[in-house]
Design a binder for this molecule. Sequence first.
Ligand code: CTP
Length: 256
Amino acid sequence: MTPRPARAPAREGARAGAPVRLPPAVTPLLARLGQLGDARGVAVYGVGGCVRDWLLGRSRLTDLDVTVEGEGPAFAQAAAKAMGGTLQVHPAFGTATLQLPGRNPRRRIDVAGCRKETYVRPAAYPVVARGTLEEDLFRRDFTLNAMAVALNAARFGALADPFRGREDLQRGRLRVLHARSFLDDPTRILRGIRFAQRFGWAFEAQTARRLREALAAGALGWLNAGRLERELTRLLQEPDPAACLRHLSRLLERAR
Ligand code: CTP
């Protein structure tokens, strides 16, 4: 079902905003991460798809994405020390994955430092450098996946929404953050189709045009086999994979 249009909220900067109602089952864990950030003097945020899901009132308890204004792996190490679990650091990417102890095997936290990305050529892996929270949000696929929730005690639950993702979420509108988005990362074409089908959302007009242009340029063919396979597998794991494939086929028709 497409969410009803809602009145546009006041522009929210990358650091301020209306509080987000967090799922009670995950709030203590998020508060703990914020306290660890306080102890280390770094700002910590829940970010991306989990923020989108919390704003939708879905209690996403697993696969949390956390971004810190600082070194991601160092913060993840501190979290592992304080909370236990298994830590995997990915030095090449400056990220870490913490698998928390307990009965839920998917209680996983992916931690990264805020980063900005530059694409030297379309569909290549980006060159990554340390960045601000706003730059970290700007490098993402759609505005509704480009929001963060502050976890430090003083601002716990405050939404950072510099690109009006909350408004797009309320309107069920998939909007890319810049003109080259689908060319830089063509997996976003398939990601967008997954979200459109899963949530009943639509591509905003300019985004739809850019998506058609990317398809017409053959952008899906630029992906290496591994990335394409991973994205297609995720698409086939959606609740209605046939609808996703029909959507893709319609878009390919129109792009001809
Ligand atoms: N992301 C992105 N571009 C990609 C992959 C990921 O911008 N090609 C960002 C988005 O902000 C996304 C977040 O990284 O929300 C987490 O990625 P992932 O876990 O793949 O996506 P989710 O949005 O959580 O999707 P799902 O609900 O299907 O798990």
